[in-house]
Design a protein around this ligand. Structure first.
Ligand code: ZN
Length: 313
């Protein structure tokens, strides 16, 4: 299984257009804006393949068009110059704008398999902009799964596909969705366990939004080969301190990295998986490679995802 990280920042990216915090300023500096100490990052986007020819996206970032162009494997490769894309599907883990807006980049009547829970499909279909994905019959083929359900990602019929399991990981419906009741938000955000069965089983966890790491989730993660974990915030009150108000990291559905019940501490006993933080908010101090938080995370055996990273497992 090949996993490409096309984007690794949380919503807004790094730098964020209206932010001049130390991270954003450092990311804007240096030759050609390549950043000093802080690498610029686009909004989180992952692509998965088993044969390098057919790719499924995990979410659809607002930066998707540029991310595709920055990734030769995802370029159109039709021999007769007609319309073609190696991207055949997208799995959506929530209805957040940074998870779904990129669908509009894929609107040129190109067939697409879309996988999501039914509430996310409903939210997208209720929005008239997204009717661009249904300009002709069979343009979008939707597979609906339960928040704790299983489905198969169809990648290549000759080589089989990837088995996928969803896990409800906390988190609410986005602001733009009219809320009917709090209970209807259950399972609004999911994580994914991707499994490729072969001579050896390969398991990948993609968890860009996790409120808590329960013992059950921890045991699940201990059997994975690669863990792409919520690295949004370093501390629970990070945004409140910077914005002067608002919600805590946990209230937004993100376990902080630091602290006695943060993700770093909770995963300390994990042996098997390669551990990589993804979906870093521009306020997270661990993206500064010259800072103590970066050192702490690296010393604990974690990597911090950057755009263009690739994992073959
Ligand atoms: Zn900033």
């Amino acid at each position: 299984v090949k996993i490409k990280v096309l984007g690794s920042a949380a919503g807004g990216g790094l730098p964020q257009w209206n932010c001049s915090c130390a991270n954003c300023a450092a990311a804007r500096s240096g030759p050609n804006g390549r950043g000093v100490g802080v690498r610029p990052r686009t909004q989180t986007q992952v692509a998965v393949s088993i044969d390098d020819r057919i790719w499924t996206l995990l979410n659809c970032s607002p930066d998707l068009r540029a991310q595709i162009e920055a990734t030769p494997e995802l370029h159109s490769q039709s021999p007769n110059a007609s319309r073609h894309s190696p991207i055949t599907g997208a799995v959506l883990t929530s209805a957040d704008i940074d998870c779904v807006l990129g669908l509009l980049h894929l609107r040129e009547q190109q067939p697409l398999e879309i996988y999501s829970i039914s509430r996310v499909r409903e939210i997208i279909r209720d929005n008239s902009l997204f009717r661009m994905l249904e300009q002709k019959p069979e343009q979008s083929k939707w597979t609906v799964f339960e928040a704790d359900g299983r489905f198969e990602i169809a990648l290549n019929s000759a080589n089989g596909g990837i088995a996928c399991r969803a896990l409800a990981t906390g988190g609410d419906l986005p602001y733009y969705v009219e809320r009917q009741s709090t209970s209807s938000n259950d399972g609004a955000v999911v994580g994914l366990i991707l499994e490729r069965k072969g001579t050896t089983n390969t398991k990948v966890a993609f968890l860009p939004g996790v409120r808590e790491i329960s013992d059950e989730l921890l045991s699940e993660l201990s059997q994975c080969d690669l863990l792409l974990m919520d690295g949004t915030f370093w501390s629970d009150d990070e945004l409140i301190r910077i914005q002067g108000g608002g919600r805590t990291a946990r209230e937004m559905g993100h376990i902080p990295v630091s602290g006695s019940d943060g993700s770093l501490e909770r995963t300390r006993g994990l042996q098997r998986p390669k551990r990589v933080f993804i979906h870093m908010n521009n306020t997270n101090p661990m993206v500064n490679e010259q800072g103590p938080e970066y050192r702490q995370v690296r010393d604990a055996g974690w990597e911090i995802a950057a755009d263009g990273m690739e994992f073959v497992i």
